[in-house]
Design a binder for this molecule. Structure first.
Ligand code: HEC
Length: 412
């Protein structure tokens, strides 16, 4: 059923489209509110219970916003909630995790040179780590250690670095970075779902009942949204990093990840300070630049293959290597693709296998069958600009190879 591979590809695209849109909505509204919050000005004429106000101009009109802490005296008639931006981002992100990493576990999640585990074990570790991460974080925030903002942030940082290291010991570098992003984003979304929203509902119930809401709810929400504020940029880095093998597939990838979390703080600090009208701390950009250069430098350390060499074809892909078309496909790949897609590319200007995709031996070609089919069989995305003159017959061959191997695999 090759139709399945095509539908899968489109489904992955659709879910990615959705995920990016919801993430824009979530991060956009969250950045907006952080900036608004920091920019609020206290004035004498403010109504009772109002903490500050701000004037803004946008889209052909002026906005006059006032913030009430913890709530106004009575329940307003209309109240807009911000929660689906966050939930939809998490749900679509989890759907992508399932499609790309659970669906393609043998290729994207598991690296048998790192840890030889089954797809089921890998998926269990993945889901388990996300759940445990939230529980640990939440208990930590509620514990006495959570009372001091900076102690708490320090412990959280150490925990994130440990996770970065841990994930690289279990998964492919690509999956490790993606999981670090998902781990952090799960904490952020769970903050909204389990803490911020329920607390806001308590406050609303108090208002309706005519009780004065407890200010502690505002304080808790503030702590959690402070964490979300500093975690946002690293999460986006990790989500995008799977396009940049130098970040995720080099020897010190976990150290790079640790530095990325620091950049999240230094960059956000500049914006937070500026939005609070407390000056423009240029030093944060200098520190950010130094960290970035350190990351680039770390990524040049070559990764050495550890463990035994596993060049034999993994069971999940044997049907592609056993197919009758395989020898001819292998020939086509070595003349049209391997000059770029190898451990040491010979193509001028390409220094590393693009996207970490190597197509040299049977195991590598068989395991990338679906990608080869989509990139060079069904579409003409590869070779780029058909620079190596791949012929129509070779593309037909690649298509026939994948489609017949898939249908043979099904009839077994
Ligand atoms: C001239 C060098 C070159 C040749 C030849 C080449 N590729 Fe690529 N390939 C690239 C580059 C560069 C990228 C990364 C493109 C990007 O960043 O989107 C890439 C990406 C890929 C990817 C990963 C796509 C993704 O989005 O994850 C696959 C799979 C791939 N190529 C397969 C092939 C196949 C199959 C052939 C031969 C038919 C081939 N390539 C020939 C340079 C090449």
């Amino acid at each position: 059923m090759y139709e399945f591979a095509i539908a899968w590809e489109w489904l992955a695209f659709a879910v990615r489209w959705l995920h990016v849109i919801t993430a824009i909505a979530w991060i956009g509204s969250s950045f907006y509110f952080i900036a608004l919050d920091l920019g609020l000005v206290k004035r004498d004429h403010l109504p009772v219970g109002a903490y500050g106000e701000e004037w803004q101009v946008h889209g052909g009109g002026f906005y006059h916003i006032q913030k009430y802490l913890v709530a106004p005296a009575t329940m307003p008639e209309h109240l807009t909630w911000f929660k689906w931006e966050s939930y939809a981002t998490w749900l679509s992100g989890f759907a992508m995790l399932c499609l790309v990493y659970y669906g393609g576990a043998d290729l994207f999640l598991i690296d048998r040179h790192v840890l030889d585990i089954s797809a089921t074990t890998a998926i269990a570790i993945s889901i388990g780590s996300l759940a445990i991460g939230w529980i640990f974080y939440d208990l930590l925030c509620k514990s006495p250690l959570g009372k001091n903002t900076w102690t708490l942030m320090g412990i959280l940082y150490v925990a994130l670095v440990l996770m970065a290291w841990g994930y690289t010991q279990v998964f492919t570098g690509r999956a490790a970075f993606l999981h670090l992003g998902a781990f952090t984003a799960t904490i952020m979304s769970a903050n909204v779902f389990f803490i911020i929203m329920p607390n806001q509902r308590v406050v609303v119930a108090d208002l309706i009942a005519g009780r004065t809401p407890d200010p502690k709810y505002g304080v808790i929400a503030k702590q959690r949204s402070l964490h979300n504020n500093y975690l946002t940029l690293p999460v986006i880095f990790f989500m995008l990093s799977n396009h940049y093998p130098l970040a995720f597939a080099t020897a010190y990838n976990w150290v790079i990840a640790a530095l990325v979390f620091l950049m999240g703080v230094t960059i956000r600090h500049w914006f937070n300070t500026t939005h609070a009208r407390k000056g423009r701390p240029t030093w944060t950009w200098i520190v950010t630049l130094i960290i970035f250069i350190a990351i680039m430098w770390l990524s040049t350390v070559p990764k050495v293959l550890t463990g035994e060499d596993k060049a034999e074809v993994a069971p999940a892909f044997q049907q592609f290597a056993a197919n009758a078309h395989f020898p001819a496909v292998k020939d086509a790949i070595s003349t049209r693709c391997s000059m770029c897609h190898s451990a040491e590319p010979v193509y001028e200007g390409i220094n590393r296998a693009p996207k970490g995709v190597m197509l040299e031996n049977d195991a590598e070609i068989a395991s990338h069958a679906r990608e080869i089919y989509i990139q060079a069989g069904r579409s003409h995305a590869m070779p780029p600009g058909n620079i190596t003159d791949m012929t129509n017959d070779e593309r037909k061959l690649v298509t026939a190879w994948f489609e017949s191997a898939v249908s043979e695999g099904k009839t077994e």
